[in-house]
Design a protein around this ligand. Sequence first.
Ligand code: OGA
Ligand code: MN
Length: 213
Amino acid sequence: MDAIFEHIDFNENPLFERIITDISIQQFSIIDNFFTDDEVEVLRQSLLQKYDDDAFKKAAIGNKLNETIEKSIRGDVILWMDETKADDAEQLFFNKINQLVNYLNKTCFLGILHKEFHYAIYPIGTFYKRHIDTFQNDDRRKLSFVCYLNEDGWAAENGGELCLYLNENNQEVEKNIYPLPGRVVIFESQSIEHEVKTVHSQRLSVTGWLKTR
Ligand code: OGA
Ligand code: MN
């Protein structure tokens, strides 16, 4: 078991316990209905309103030190969330995230001190090629978090699967995950390579990272 997941089970929150168990065994967790239908709707409307207001910009690769925009690698547009200026939708989002962070810190000694989240929209035809979420000059990202805000009935033809590249018995295995509304995927930022397959229908999400000092 991974040392960062040394873990005391207080058994207080079965959902969070399952996430911790999943990650300690397989480095990722998929949680359907992390957010309720109503919460997803509120968050989706918040995202779409900000998109209408033209607040999104093209996503870059790398961090502030080496920021380049490269459409051949990723084609999403993003808007960073500011918790200090959270609207109602973002408050409900951060409430749940903060509960999870507190639980992780209390039971797993993870030392999550920072977090960063952005809305993301993948227009039709865009993708995010295979990558890892930690930067060469910064390894503070510990857990990656993605929450999907698509409308009900996301179909296989819409594409946009999150593909995790896993190592099972020294064999690479692809785990394809549909971006269903309310679904959350959490994975180890430092160990799991992944990609977003080409989308054939606009794909909405919130993505973020839980970080150590
Ligand atoms: C990312 C990312 C996955 C997804 O933004 O780094 O890998 O499913 N997103 O949107
Ligand atoms: Mn990623």
